[in-house]
Write a protein that binds this ligand. Structure first.
Ligand SMILES: O=C(O)CCC(=O)C(=O)O
Ligand SMILES: [Fe+2]
Length: 372
């Protein structure tokens, strides 16, 4: 008879299973998003081939998706179960003292409550609630970590590390595209170095149509992402839209079992605009999905805190005339300084207004959330 061995760690409690919502039947203007098969990455010549496949997508739309990423469906399911479990707690238990994001200082680790800020100067309330979990490194031991997550911390940590390792592969492709040493970007985004990276569970709370109509059906205003790379586990509730080069809004399609990625501001700066930090937004979903509490799972990669954000010495960028031979004279901006200033500017407000045509600047780094 087999002998039962006592587990060395307490087993994580089971959680109600999250049910993936059905896809919409609405006929929507879907964007064409390049799908990359990451299984090729470790094959001979695979990275180079993937880099070529990716080049057009990151240059034109800044959005692409990955399949065969190495995440099992069970691992991803568990993360949704954990997110759902947290957001099902009573409001007062979710919002514990001391665990909120401190937007006055541009800090984004912790809890962001919904329904506290208005939108576009109306009486309609912001409907986004999220929890951002810092990397599992000693520097962040005192960052907000809600007690609900304690029983699941081993698998959350494993997921956080695996997400960052996946991002490192994408950074390798970006380096190849720009003809830089393969580790040029991955060495500026290391798990063990401090950075504002976070794993995020995020939920949008449905609003009555009459409220949504007052704010142009906006759930998340048009913006570019603040860091280097965003990983977004495929979302079946339509609503995320990108602004195309011709100014149309198109929906990001779900990619079954995949992860949608987009370039953020800091990689745009590093590549002198060659890798595009594309404007996107989230709108009220089509009516067959408008009642769903839209749960999302993300990993946001931010630049290393101490890393200088300045155009990389890329032969390609030089040939294209995007960078000159001379060294920039302006004092470079550190990763943490850009990201904190951007978070503070974006979120330390009582109203999420429209940002169309407005620019945001730190040092020489300037970005426009939505061009006119
Ligand atoms: O919820 C989504 O689909 C996208 C959210 C987003 O753009 C963001 O949080 O930066
Ligand atoms: Fe975004």
């Amino acid at each position: 008879m087999p002998i039962a061995v006592a587990p060395t760690q307490p087993l994580a409690p089971s959680l109600p299973k999250w049910q993936r919502p059905s896809k919409t039947t609405a006929d929507l203007p879907w964007a064409e998003i390049k799908v990359l098969d990451l299984a090729k990455f470790d094959l001979p010549g695979g990275k180079e081939q993937l880099a070529e496949e990716l080049r057009g997508a990151v240059h034109d739309t800044g959005f692409f998706s990955l399949i065969n990423t190495g995440f099992t469906p069970e691992e991803v399911q568990r993360q949704y179960d954990i997110g759902q479990g947290f957001f099902a707690l009573p409001k007062e238990d979710r919002d514990l003292p001391g665990l909120r994001c401190d937007f006055t200082r541009g800090h984004y680790f912790g809890y962001r409550p919904a329904h506290e800020k208005t939108v576009q100067g109306t009486d309609v309330l912001d409907n986004i609630e999220s929890v951002n979990i810092a990397k599992f490194i000693p520097a962040y031991e005192l960052e907000p970590f809600h007690p609900f997550f304690l029983a699941h911390s081993a698998e959350i940590e494993a997921f956080s590390r695996k997400s960052q390792a996946l991002a490192a592969k994408v950074f390798t492709l970006f380096s190849l595209i720009l003809e830089l040493p393969e580790d040029y970007f991955s060495s500026r985004h290391r798990y063990d170095d401090t950075s504002e990276d976070h794993l995020r569970y995020m939920i949008y709370r449905p609003r009555p149509l009459s409220d949504d109509e007052k704010v142009g059906r906006t759930w998340s205003r048009a913006h570019t992402d603040f860091g280097s790379l965003t990983l977004l586990w495929s979302q079946d509730v339509a609503g995320l839209q990108i602004k195309t080069a011709t100014g149309e809004w198109q929906y990001v399609p779900p990619v079954d079992g995949g992860i949608v990625c987009n370039v953020g501001d800091t990689l745009d700066f590093w590549s002198a605009g060659y890798l595009k930090s594309t404007t996107h937004r989230v709108t009220r979903p089509p009516e067959d999905q408008a009642h769903i509490h839209r749960l999302g799972l993300f990993y946001f990669v931010r630049p290393g805190d101490e890393v200088d954000i300045k155009p990389a010495p890329s032969p390609l960028l030089r040939r294209l005339g995007l960078i000159g031979d001379e060294q920039a004279t302006a004092k470079p901006v550190r990763g943490i300084d850009y990201v904190r200033a951007r978070v503070e500017n974006y979120h330390n407000t009582t109203d999420y207004g429209n940002r169309k045509g407005q620019t945001f600047k730190v040092g020489d780094l300037e970005i426009e959330d939505e061009a006119e």
